[in-house]
Design a protein around this ligand. Structure first.
Ligand code: GUN
Length: 283
C-alpha cells in the first residue's frame, strides 16, 4: 500500500464545526437561526435515511431544521404550492427537495420552482448557469465537497489532468465546471466513452460518479493519481464505491474510502450553503 487515505469524515467534521461557530455569530447578530426546509416525498428508505441525517446535522450545527413529509401520491401542484410557501417564508434560508421524486412528478418543474437564492442544493438552472459563467451562486454539495478534498490534498490544481466519470446534473457536470474554474484540463467520460481505461490512464485527478460497484480498476490509474470516489453502492458485501479501493491503494497517490470519504462532505457542504444563504439574505 502506498496511497494516502483521504479522511472525508474528519474533514467534514472540521467544516461542520466551523459552520457551527459562524451560526452562533449569525444568530447573535440576526436574532434568529438559519433555517433549512427539507422536503421528502414518499417513503423511499434510502431517502428517508438521508433526510433524517440532514435534519440531525442541521440541528447539531445550531440551525433550524424543518422537515416536510408528503405522501408518495401527492399531486405535483401540492408540492409546488409548498415550495411557493417556503420561498415566501422569511425564516427559511434554504430549501431542499430530496430526489428522486415519484414518477408522476416532474423533477425539473420542482427544482425550477425553488427560489434560486434559497436553492442550497444548487440544482436550479440559474445556479447551474451562474457556476458555468463564474458568478457567485449555490454549487451542488457533493461536487463542492469533492473539490474541497482535492484542494486540501493537492493545493493548487492548475494544469492538472482531471477525468470526471459520469455526466449527471447533480455531480458530473458541476464537478467538471468546478475543475475548469481551477484551471484543470478536464475530460468528462460516461457510459458511451470508448476505451475508458486509456482516458483514466492520463488523469492526475479521477472523480468517479457512475454508481457501478468497483468499476474503475486499479490498473487503469496513473501511478500517484488522486482518486475521489463518489459512488455509494449497496452490495451483499456491504457499501462499496465506484473504484476498486483495495487495488487503488497500491497505485494511487491518495484515494477516498467508501464509506467515510465523499459521503460526509455532502451534508457538511449543505450546512455551509445554508449558512451562506442566511448571511446573504440578512445583508
Ligand atoms: N438525492 C441524492 N443526493 C441528493 C442531494 O444532494 N440533494 C437532493 N435534493 N436529493 C438528493
Amino acid at each position: 500500500m502506498t496511497a494516502a487515505i483521504i479522511d472525508g469524515k474528519a474533514f467534514a467534521a472540521g467544516l461542520r464545526e466551523r459552520v457551527a461557530q459562524r451560526v452562533t455569530r449569525f444568530a447573535e447578530q440576526a436574532g434568529r437561526a438559519p433555517g433549512l426546509a427539507v422536503v421528502l416525498v414518499g417513503d423511499d428508505p434510502a431517502s428517508a435515511v438521508y433526510v433524517r441525517s440532514k435534519g440531525k446535522a442541521t440541528k447539531a450545527a445550531g440551525m433550524g431544521g424543518i422537515e416536510h413529509r408528503l405522501p408518495a401520491d401527492v399531486p405535483q401542484q401540492a408540492l409546488l404550492d409548498l415550495v411557493d410557501a417556503l420561498n415566501a417564508d422569511p425564516a427559511i434560508d434554504g430549501i431542499l427537495v430530496q430526489l428522486p421524486l415519484p414518477g408522476h412528478i416532474d423533477e425539473q418543474a420542482v427544482t425550477t420552482r425553488i427560489d434560486p437564492d434559497k436553492d442550497v442544493d444548487g440544482f436550479h438552472p440559474v445556479n447551474a448557469g451562474r457556476l458555468a459563467v463564474g458568478l457567485p451562486g449555490f454549487v451542488p454539495c457533493t461536487p463542492l465537497g469533492c473539490l474541497m478534498l482535492l484542494k486540501d490534498q493537492l493545493g493548487d490544481l492548475s494544469g492538472l489532468e482531471a477525468v470526471v466519470i459520469g455526466r449527471s446534473n447533480i455531480v458530473g457536470k458541476p464537478m467538471a465546471q468546478l475543475l475548469i474554474a481551477e484551471s484543470c484540463t478536464v475530460t468528462v467520460a460516461h457510459s458511451r466513452t470508448r476505451d475508458l481505461p486509456s482516458v483514466v490512464q492520463r488523469a492526475d485527478i479521477v472523480v468517479a460518479a457512475v454508481g457501478r460497484p468497483q468499476m474503475v480498476k486499479a490498473a487503469w490509474l496513473k501511478p500517484g493519481a488522486t482518486v475521489i470516489d463518489v459512488g455509494i453502492n449497496r452490495t451483499p458485501e456491504g457499501l462499496v464505491g465506484d473504484v476498486d479501493f483495495a487495488g487503488a491503494l497500491d497505485v494511487a497517490g491518495a484515494v477516498t474510502p467508501v464509506p467515510g470519504g465523499v459521503g460526509p462532505m455532502t451534508i457538511a457542504v449543505l450546512l455551509r450553503n445554508t449558512l451562506i444563504s442566511a448571511e446573504r439574505r440578512e445583508n
